[in-house]
Ligand binder design. Sequence first.
Ligand code: ATP
Length: 325
Amino acid sequence: MTETIVVIKGDGIGQEVVPAAVEVLEAVADFEFVEREAGDYVRDEQGDPLPEDTYETVRNADATLFGAVGETAADVVLPLREAVDSFANVRPARAYPGVDALRPETDIVFIRENTQGVYSGIESRITDDVTTLTRVITEDASRKIAEFGFEYADANGYDDVTIAHKQNVMRLTDGVFVDAARAVGDERGVDYDEKLMDALGMLLLLEPEEYGVVICPNLAGDVLSDVAAGLVGGLGLLPSANVGADNGMFEPVHGTAPDIAGEGIANPSAAVLSAAMLLEHFGYEETAGSVRTAVEGVLSDGPTTPDLGGSATTDDVAAAIVDRL
Ligand code: ATP
């Protein structure tokens, strides 16, 4: 069967790194690619940043490879994650040999709840002066993400599982989250650790080697994975997978990087590693492994883009990865 992959470049460096990832996928797999549009430029041209056709195509495809969108992120990324029925956002932060990482011993995978928390989108203006946001946490969704996280740790050989929360302040909502996660850990009979999410931000910097899989509520996962990006050499290196039951959307953790957009120097590694996660999602473990090995080889021996101290372009790096494959 030929899987159908929707390709959405979006804004800024999404336009540059996604074609690099597609070039790599074309070199190793036989997918049918369907390109669709979304983002700020689509809003400016057509009025709607996420045309119905894009949403429906993503919903009905086997998977989506996504770049980044700017101001319209909440109008594009959140509905698309919902379109692929994604409850888990998997964000591995790994240091690679040859990359000048702040903490080379880092190998942490953030398992971020993808549907609830403060990203539920329920905001109200009460008066001109007062606004509110509703933080939704359900036991069902918390159990689901915890089960996914513990299973991921087991399947991928991570011994350390940490539950991140802020139950001491958000007593009810994070109370539900942490109780559900504890119950899953206890039922599985495995050890786990719990950390307040703010303290964890500091601990990740001081002792990253103590952490393996971190199960987080939505916002905490977003913030802590960016912290970890700083440990391993920058946002150009972090891929992510939005996992659903039988669909998925794969995207670099970084955004549109307006400061370097259009210059052709964005690091495509995060997008290519996201493509490797897409291959894994379909069960092409071996091919995913070769893509990762090729990326690691290029990160170690060059060429590299300016964020990693080199002077190569996005296309140079993509070509070097394809060469190795
Ligand atoms: P957005 O508003 O879309 O989130 P941003 O600039 O606030 O954009 P990111 O796009 O995530 O946030 O990037 C933060 C910084 O990290 C960028 O300014 C850029 O310098 C760097 N960066 C991010 N991704 C890459 C990449 N792929 N290659 C090189 N540098 C990158």
